[in-house]
Ligand binder design. Structure first.
Ligand SMILES: Nc1nc2c(ncn2[C@@H]2O[C@H](COP(=O)(O)OP(=O)(O)OP(=O)(O)O)[C@@H](O)[C@H]2O)c(=O)[nH]1
Length: 224
């Protein structure tokens, strides 16, 4: 059995990272193996990808898409976080968003898309992290097969462990295309909204209200 396949078998959940980051050579081998399996799938589905000018090369494209894009967050290390000294001891709520969410649902492999908002209550004695890193962290955990309840907690737990703020809130509002494009064919406006709270943001209703107020304002965008 190849090294690649052994590693995949050790990983427990589709939205968990592997034990170690997967290098370029190993990812190339994964694309090769996945391409062969996708060719078989196309054959089963009676799609003549060898002769059809539209689907020729599609098994390879899809294999690359899974390894390098859709599941990238399982094979790479989380993004590096730049920290700055909090010299003026800033300790008030910071809310950032909307952060565009592009993920994939674990049940039907359909896109999940929407917005994420992150609220951070920094510690006056701690560090401040680069604002773009919140977007990168969202992107990292979204690049896995997800359900929204677990995604919102993975993002929150990672930020808490990496930056130790006094409080943290993560809110996701997303469309699940497994529900809008197939199956029940729900309205394209139908969304799922959920939050995860940590530290003082979990305990203090006024802080939660302030976070929610800022999310709504950011969702609405600048007044035209
Ligand atoms: N709670 C939760 N459910 C989700 C999420 N993404 C997809 N689902 C739902 O998970 C279920 C998938 O499991 P099944 O009921 O076995 O799938 P199915 O028979 O194809 O069901 P339908 O989608 O109703 O056609 C569906 O009801 C989805 O709408 C998510 O992030 N959170």
């Amino acid at each position: 059995m190849s090294v690649t396949i052994q590693r995949l078998r050790r990983a427990r959940l589709g939205n968990e990272a592997l034990d170690q980051a997967v290098g370029q050579a190993e990812r190339a081998a994964m694309v090769e193996s996945a391409e062969k399996k996708l060719e078989e799938l196309f054959d089963v589905l009676r799609i003549d990808h060898r002769n059809d000018h539209n689907t020729r090369g599609t098994p390879r494209r899809v294999a690359k898409m899974f390894v390098e894009e859709v599941l990238r967050g399982r094979y790479e290390a989380p993004p590096r976080i730049t920290e700055f000294d909090n010299t003026h001891g800033f300790d008030q709520l910071i809310v950032t968003g909307p952060i565009d969410l592009r993920s994939t649902c674990a049940h039907h492999l359909m896109p999940i898309y929407g917005q994420v908002f992150v609220g951070v209550l920094p510690s006056a004695e701690g560090k401040i992290i680069g604002l773009s890193k919140y977007d990168r962290i969202v992107d990292h955990f979204a690049a896995r097969l997800q359900i929204q309840e677990e995604l919102v907690r993975q993002i929150g737990q990672h930020i808490v462990e990496a930056t130790a703020p006094r409080g943290l809130a993560v809110r996701i509002s997303a469309v699940h295309m497994c529900k809008t494009q197939r199956g029940v064919r729900a309205s394209h406006r139908s969304r799922m909204v959920n939050c995860s709270y940590y530290g003082e943001l979990a305990e203090d209703q006024k802080l939660k209200d302030q976070f929610m107020h800022e999310c709504i304002a950011l969702e609405r965008g600048p007044a035209s």
